[in-house]
Design a binder for this molecule. Structure first.
Ligand code: GDD
Ligand code: MN
Length: 381
């Protein structure tokens, strides 16, 4: 880190030892090129946080513009400590930045909010009060409870996307997200004791989702909030960020081997589409159906490989080279096919099974073997 620490603050380690008075709050703000919003945000926080609530603000910055300098300058007029952690390597994007902030926060309560004034700082004391009242580890500022709204989410398209994403996410994690109406919110308070930074693997915007699913705070409560208009500039979100979100969801959902096997199977099932299309094209071009089958199958294998690489084992690719992985993956997939027929014969002739049940058992057996093989031989944990 390159740390700019204005005022009388020491380095972060020393500061962490000074701050944790009971009831104190660290406000963590991720920033990416937000220089036009900084003064307004710090001013709003100054207005909102009463003197009885000791407060510090930690910016975690990945900017390519002069945001860190603007923060350092604006911090001189603040009645509370302000720190900037500037990251040279913006790993994990917004979520990665927030986790860095959580790690250095010294207070009992940590509030995470955006740097563009879409999250009203006037709610900071209320979030903490609600958490103390409910004895909660996590307090979510929600747009979807009575009194909240998404006024600042411009455009029907973004609203529809946001709704769909919220619905999908809640459907994927019904238990972990119970009691959280707005798992996509970027505005929340969390007790320092509820943060288990070691288990977090943040990826992009949805850091609250990451915390709710992996840190599992014991008690959650919500406070309504109105998502404001941006003070200046434009959202940094993009279609690319949308893809990152899908990868994040898959990563969260496939933390257990059983879930991973399920997704592996689903990906395998989608391989039928390129497989059949290839078969159709090749036979239409006059290729004999046997070599056509073999070739078309490789198309399905390639398709599966791409999906498995980019969705399922994205974090586990580092151990082997790309060609090595592809070779091993294809070998396992074809071994699966070659193994199937003798296995069926074995089940029928040795164990007297019917052809249908023997085929089903052979399919399941080779599938489990292929999954285990892919985990162990292609993507090391
Ligand atoms: N450090 C860092 N690194 N900060 C980032 C990055 C990054 O890669 N990307 C964005 N930020 C900062 C922005 O500078 C801003 O302070 C905050 O994160 C939110 O970014 P926006 O680009 O303004 O997000 P948004 O308004 O589209 O989305 C917000 O609202 C959504 C709900 O509709 C976020 O809070 C989302 O998490 C939330 O789901
Ligand atoms: Mn915003």
């Amino acid at each position: 880190f390159e740390s700019i620490v204005p005022g009388e603050l020491g380095d972060p380690a020393v500061r962490a030892a000074e701050v944790p008075e009971p009831g104190a709050v660290t406000v963590v703000v991720p920033t990416f090129n937000e220089s036009a919003n900084i003064r307004q945000l710090l001013w709003q926080i100054t207005e909102s946080v009463p003197a009885r609530l000791p407060c510090e603000v930690v910016f975690v910055d990945d900017s390519t513009d002069d945001t860190p300098e603007v923060i350092a300058e604006a911090a001189r007029d603040c009645p509370f400590p302000v720190t900037v952690l500037h990251r040279e390597v913006p790993e994990g994007g917004l979520g990665g930045a927030v986790v860095e902030g959580l790690k250095t926060a010294g207070s009992q309560w940590i509030v995470v909010m955006d740097g563009d004034c879409q999250h009203p700082p006037s709610l900071v004391p209320e979030l903490i009060a609600a958490g103390e009242r409910a004895n909660a580890g996590l307090v979510v500022a929600s747009r979807y409870v009575e009194g909240g709204s998404r006024a600042g989410l411009a455009g029907g398209y973004r609203i529809a996307v946001s709704r769909g994403a919220t619905w999908l996410t809640k459907a994927l994690f019904p238990r972990r997200l119970r009691g959280i109406s707005d798992p996509m919110s970027g505005f929340f308070a969390i007790r320092r004791s509820a943060v288990t930074a070691e288990v977090l693997r943040p990826l992009g915007y949805k850091i609250l989702l990451e915390l709710a699913v992996r840190s599992r705070p014991r008690q959650v409560t919500e406070v309504p909030f109105v998502f404001q208009d941006r003070f200046a500039g434009e959202s940094k979100s993009s279609a690319r960020e949308g893809l990152r979100f899908l990868r994040h969801l898959v990563g969260l959902r496939t933390a257990s081997p059983v879930a991973r096997m399920l997704v592996f199977g689903l990906i395998g099932a989608t391989g039928f589409v390129p497989n059949l299309l290839g078969l159709y094209g090749l036979t239409a071009a006059g290729v004999h159906y046997v070599p056509a089958e073999v070739l078309a199958n490789q198309l399905g294998v390639a398709w599966n490989f791409l999906l498995v690489e980019h969705l399922l084992f994205r974090d586990r690719r580092g151990h082997r080279k790309g060609w090595d992985r592809l070779g091993r993956f294809a070998l396992l997939a074809n071994a699966d096919l070659v193994l199937r027929i003798p296995l069926i014969a074995l089940f029928v002739h040795r164990f007297g099974m019917g052809a249908l049940s023997a085929t089903a058992l052979a399919l399941v057996t080779t599938f489990v073997l292929r999954f285990a093989g892919t985990e162990a031989l292609v993507y090391l944990p």
